[in-house]
Design a protein around this ligand. Structure first.
Ligand code: EMZ
Length: 385
């Protein structure tokens, strides 16, 4: 029991100093914990940049496994603004009714598949394939492409052996080169072709830039969506009454999506690099050193959230920062919200009774703190009550 619980790992440090510290490959990180401070630093791109060496704002740092810049996430204004505006419309496509309906068909198919099994692992048999298949809708590529992506596992840069796997990274990079070249030869209706046809500041995007955008699309929404979906199963396994509440009150589902995403905070933190000697929470920050914006901690700040450690599926005032804050707010958020909305509708209307048979939690080591972010495996059986 307790698998559906996700504790706040930062309460003490947040109250004491507002900060926590971790070493990451000898490039230390000062973690900013309070909601107000996190938002303030996220907003302050002049002092805390994203456009440092590619991979450096990610924790664990990816500087040793890639030198390609992810766009627009590792770029600051004003360049960021141009990239962002060219991508915005494509990443809002999930709001279209037919997109939502296609997600509905996909989720329905995948749920009936697991319902036919006596027991199954939520990650390998549901969350990972669902994430990959849903991504074909976002990219507007054939569903069959998802088979390749599923074979890559839950993270494109991390493997069971190592947190930073350069061989794995090359698989993604080579795949993307191929796809971009193929779209150049045979234009289609997909994101690769759309990018090849788009312009930034009056010129075509380079293939390197397109690759940078695609890497982010593949990497950013992968383990995050997989954890969100898996954690949702663990949560409702132990809170079946809450699923019943959603079945009775479907108008609460949009609030429930936000609340679960706040509570799970699937991306613990994101780094920034100081551009000058400065300070945060009264603590000196040296030029070219790293801070992180700890979304997971900010989402449990009792100065902002009433009963922050309680899941209130009908929580109305919910300024969570799970999708980041400021101009770098997650581009994939619309897709994720739609996917979660469809999933909760189906889970609630089917009144799934989920039993956890075996679980291994995924724990992140964060200096003095540890945090459960999801599961390595989650074996369940399901009944329809
Ligand atoms: C980066 C990051 C983006 C990074 C919003 O997060 O996600 C991580 O999973 C990747 O490893 O490269 O894309």
């Amino acid at each position: 029991m307790g698998f559906g619980k996700f504790k706040d790992s930062f309460a003490e440090s947040r109250k004491a100093t507002g900060l926590s510290y971790m070493n990451d490959q000898n490039d230390p990180v000062i973690m900013v914990l309070g909601h107000r401070d996190v938002r303030k630093c996220a907003f302050d791109w002049k002092n805390f940049q994203s456009g440092a060496a590619p991979g450096r704002i990610v924790i664990p740092s990816e500087v040793n496994i890639r030198d390609i810049r992810q766009i627009p996430f590792e770029v600051d204004p004003p360049e960021h603004t141009s990239y962002r505006s060219l991508l915005e419309a494509w990443f809002k496509r999930p709001l279209a009714l037919d997109y939502e309906q296609r997600l509905g068909v996909l989720v329905e198919e995948m749920l009936s598949e697991i319902l036919s099994k006596d027991s199954f692992d939520v990650i390998t048999e549901f969350s990972l394939p669902l994430q990959s298949k849903a991504l074909t809708l976002l990219l507007n590529t054939p569903m069959s492409e998802s088979e390749t992506w599923i074979s890559w596992g839950t993270h494109v840069f991390r493997s069971d052996e190592t947190a930073l796997d350069s061989n794995k990274a090359s698989v993604l990079f080579d795949y993307l080169d191929q796809q971009i070249n193929e779209a150049e030869k045979n234009p289609k209706e997909d994101l690769y072709t759309a990018l090849l046809n788009s312009k930034v500041e009056g010129r075509n995007l380079t293939k390197e830039e397109i690759k940078g955008i695609m890497i982010l699309t593949f990497a950013g929404g992968r383990d995050t969506i997989i954890n969100t979906v898996t954690n949702t199963f663990a949560y409702f396994a132990e809170n079946h009454d809450k699923l019943h509440f959603l079945a009775e009150n479907p108008s609460m589902i949009s609030f429930a999506v936000e609340e679960l995403i706040r509570y799970f905070s699937p991306l613990t933190q994101m780094g920034r690099v100081a551009t000058a000697d400065t300070e945060v929470c009264g603590h000196a920050v040296k030029n070219d050193s790293r801070i992180s914006l700890c979304w997971a901690s900010a989402n449990r700040d009792d100065k902002v959230f009433e009963k922050p450690n309680t899941v209130q599926l009908d929580r109305k005032n919910n300024p969570h920062v799970s999708f980041g804050f400021g101009h770098h707010k997650c581009l994939g958020a619309t897709h994720t919200r739609q996917l979660m909305k469809v999933l909760l509708h189906k889970m609630a209307s089917k009144n799934l009774k989920i039993n956890i048979l075996d679980a291994k939690e995924k724990i992140e080591a964060l200096g003095d703190n540890q945090r459960k972010v999801g599961f390595e495996s989650l074996q369940v059986s399901i009944n329809i009550k």
